[in-house]
Structures are given as C-alpha cells and as structure tokens.
Design a protein around this ligand. Structure first.
Ligand code: ACM
Length: 273
C-alpha cells in the first residue's frame, strides 16, 4: 500500500479555496490512502463560537465530504481528514475516513487541547478500527497522542495503522509518535499543517514534520516544518501483525493486565474545569 501524508498551509476561514488547493495537491500524487491535517479545511485558531458555527458542517451535507466522496470514488483511493463537525447545536473536532464507496469511519476527538474546550464537545464515540483492502486502520486526532491509551486501545483492537490528523503546536509529538509505533508495533501516519495563525490577539505556529513511522519505530518519511507537500511511503501492513519482538517477548501476550488496574492509589486532588 502507498500511504501518504499531506502537509500544507490552510488559509483561516477560506474553506472553498482550501478544498481546491488540497484537491490540486492530491491530484498530482500517487497513493492508496492519504491522511490530511486536523480541521484542514477551516483553520484552527477560532475567536468565537459564532465563527466555529459559521465554518462547521453537518457531515452528510457539507462541501468537504462532497469533495472527498467524489475524489475517492474517481481515483479509487481512501482519505482520512479532520473536519469541523456540527450536530444540532454541538460542534466536534472530528475526523472521517472516506473511500470509493463513501464514509467508512467517523471519529470525534476524545482529548480536547487548550481552548478547543471552549468550542467543542468532547468526543463521544468509542475508538474503532475499520478494514480497507485487508489493512486495519484506526483514527485519533492530534493531542490524543499525549494519552497513550488511545493508540494502545486501537492497537489492541487490531489496528495495523493509526491515522493521525494533527495541528501540532508543541514540539514533542513527532518523536512521541515513534514511541506509540514501537510500543504497539503499528504504523503511525501523522499529518500536520504548517504556518502561523494570528487572530484575536493570539498567535499559533504549527510545526509541520508530518511523518510516517513503521512498527520498528523507523521514520519512513518526515517532512520539514515549512514545506507544502504530499509525502508517500510504501508500507507492508503485515509487519504490524508481528507483535513478537524476540524469542521470549511478545508485546501483547506479555501484558500483565491484572496488574494494570488502578487500585490502592493515593487519591489525587483532581479539579475539573
Ligand atoms: C492539538 O491537539 N491540536 C494540539
């Protein structure tokens, strides 16, 4: 399978132009499955709920799914991308997996980062794994990397490949995803955006470094922090079926689940915002 990650600089609020730009970039590339950034069509640094509402779309009605349904049907390929989802009066930071037959997977970000908590409802779907052409894929979004439970759950559910649309602003994630790949022996594909957004007196710079990592923790591709590009790596997904790391050790069979229960701990004083 040829796996791709798309990295680019979206213009905040310019959904139509962003969709056109992405479609153009994708039409020039050869791949079977591509991952795009989190909220790739809208931008990220919102300043009001009104803005979030204006840029949101209902999954089945909006132009983003329309564009990808047509693209994937025409090219017989698969795409995973972040989307600002509206359902009633709620907004979710979501990702979709679309293929030639339409929508195949739908995930809502479980671990919201920073001011996302002002705009979005936390995800309420269980993590899930979908099979495409024999390869089992699961989705998580950006800051989910900081919760190893997300990648672990997907891996224990049988994922060979974790699709990871992102808008990374902190420096640690690209290297942390090597660990997520190693500890689960799965492929991980992180697609990040680049550029700086300055809005409402705030500024965020996105670090790029979109990458594909294999189950040995080897970086198959990693882009720079500046380039707009579709990077492709050929992967043999069966490599992720092998959880044995030497004659004596198997990452999954050696787990001591009975000892992982949280018990007799000193209670932490957790305060919910
Ligand atoms: C992030 O979760 N967008 C940092």
């Amino acid at each position: 399978m040829n796996l791709a990650v798309l990295q680019y600089y979206p213009e905040f609020g310019e959904k139509e132009a962003n969709l056109l730009k992405v479609e153009k970039m994708l039409s020039k590339a050869a791949f079977d499955l591509v991952v795009l950034p989190e909220l790739f069509a809208t931008g990220y640094l919102f300043t009001s709920k009104h803005e979030v509402k204006k840029l949101s779309e209902e999954i089945l009605e909006g132009p983003t799914v329309q564009m990808f349904s047509n693209f994937c049907r025409g090219k017989k390929v698969y795409a995973c991308f972040g989307i600002l989802e509206r359902e009633g009066d709620r907004f979710y930071n979501s990702s979709l997996l679309v293929g030639p037959q339409g929508i195949m997977g739908h995930y809502r970000k479980l671990h919201l980062f920073y001011e996302e908590k002002k705009w979005f409802t936390p995800g309420n779907f269980p993590l899930s794994v979908t099979e495409i052409n024999g390869i089992r894929v699961g989705m998580m979004i950006c800051f989910d990397w900081r919760f190893p439970e997300a990648a672990r759950t997907l891996a224990l559910m049988g994922a060979d490949l974790i699709l990871h649309p992102s808008n990374l602003v902190l420096p640690h994630c690209p290297d942390a995803m090597i660990t997520r790949a190693l500890e689960n022996r799965v492929f991980c594909a992180t697609s990040n955006r680049i550029g700086t957004e300055k809005r409402g007196g705030k500024s965020l710079t996105y670090i790029g470094q979109s990458q594909i990592v294999d189950p040995d923790g080897k970086i198959l591709v990693r882009l720079s922090g500046r380039e707009e590009k579709v990077a492709v790596a050929a992967i043999d997904y069966k490599k992720a079926h092998q959880k044995k790391i030497n004659f004596y050790n198997d990452l999954f069979l050696d787990r001591r689940e009975n000892f992982y229960k949280v018990q007799n701990h000193l209670p932490l004083k957790l305060k919910k915002r």
